[in-house]
Design a protein around this ligand. Structure first.
Ligand SMILES: NC(=O)c1ccc[n+]([C@@H]2O[C@H](COP(=O)([O-])OP(=O)(O)OC[C@H]3O[C@@H](n4cnc5c(N)ncnc54)[C@H](OP(=O)(O)O)[C@@H]3O)[C@@H](O)[C@H]2O)c1
Length: 251
């Protein structure tokens, strides 16, 4: 896979899976736009770590609809055109139905959907408009194993990712005549900085038991699947959802 001369925008790329994806694209010759929300320090570190030239930071809160239009406009202004959009940014909020009050419950649904679904829908809207003008492109979104197996402690998260899958497949059909290819990668638990910092030893042990490989995914393994779906070789794989969960959940 070669991305020389390609312009790639990745949401939530200051750390975790987004950062690994930015590194992987940059190593294959792409010019990368790193979107993030607030953590300037992480974003600067990621930018400095990327091989190659011309990469840029794009600080925008994509949960705000006005910011999604601005993000794509800024990117096209700076880079000339958008070849690949990776919808990676996502949030998850604990809100167990038998434990939280109604305000917490409704707030969790609102906030989760604003970032994990509405932001992606809005970015797809503006990206598709930009890509149609330049003859096509690729959109790859990061979903989750939770879309299929359920998320009892974070039901809005599972639902948002299931909706993301469905939306992506609808767009794969609708955008095919415009040479815009739409794919999804659905990781299981992935060993990001956040996971390393926040998991207790007992939680970690439980997670390791979920896969017959007895380990979590590495962010680079998720990035690899994203690059595949963003490659010209994967055009006919449009509409696909690739599981990267170490056979921990087979559907
Ligand atoms: N890690 C896992 O185990 C796992 C498993 C399955 C699926 N996933 C999915 O993979 C994706 C990445 O997960 P991760 O664990 O790598 O995430 P992470 O380490 O928590 O990083 C999240 C990134 O998204 C950015 N972000 C969050 N909200 C944003 C917003 N409103 N606007 C712009 N940027 C925003 C953050 O920027 P700031 O830091 O500046 O806020 C950060 O760069 C998510 O969609 C997640 O649901 C993760």
């Amino acid at each position: 896979m070669d991305f020389t001369g390609k312009n790639v925008l990745i949401t939530g790329a200051s750390r975790g899976i987004g950062k690994a994806t930015a590194m992987a694209f940059a190593k294959k010759g792409a010019k990368v736009g790193i979107n993030y929300r607030s953590n300037d320090e992480d974003a600067q570190k990621t930018l400095a770590a990327l091989p190659g030239d011309g990469h840029q930071l794009f600080k925008r809160d994509i949960s705000q609809k006005i910011e999604t239009k601005a993000l794509i406009n800024d990117f096209v202004k700076e880079f000339g055109q958008l070849d690949v959009l990776v919808n990676n940014a996502g949030i998850s909020i604990f809100h167990e139905i038998d434990q939280v009050d109604f305000d917490h419950w409704t707030n969790a649904w609102k906030k989760t959907f604003e970032t994990n679904l509405f932001a992606v829908a809005n970015l797809c809207y503006w990206s598709a408009k930009a890509m149609m003008k330049t003859g096509g492109g690729h959109i790859v979104s990061v979903s989750s194993r939770g879309a299929f197996r359920g998320e009892p402690t974070k039901p809005a998260y599972g639902a948002s990712k299931a909706a993301l899958n469905s939306m992506s497949q609808s767009l794969a059909k609708k955008l095919a005549p415009h040479h815009i290819y739409v794919g999804v990668v659905a990781p299981g638990f992935t060993e990001t900085e956040m996971a390393k910092e926040t998991l207790t030893p007992a939680e970690r042990e439980n997670l390791l038991r979920e896969s017959p490989f007895k380990r979590m995914a590495q962010p680079e393994e998720v990035a690899h699947a994203i690059l595949f779906l963003a490659s010209s070789e994967a055009a006919y794989s449009s509409g696909t959802i690739i599981d990267v969960n170490g056979a921990s959940y087979l559907r």
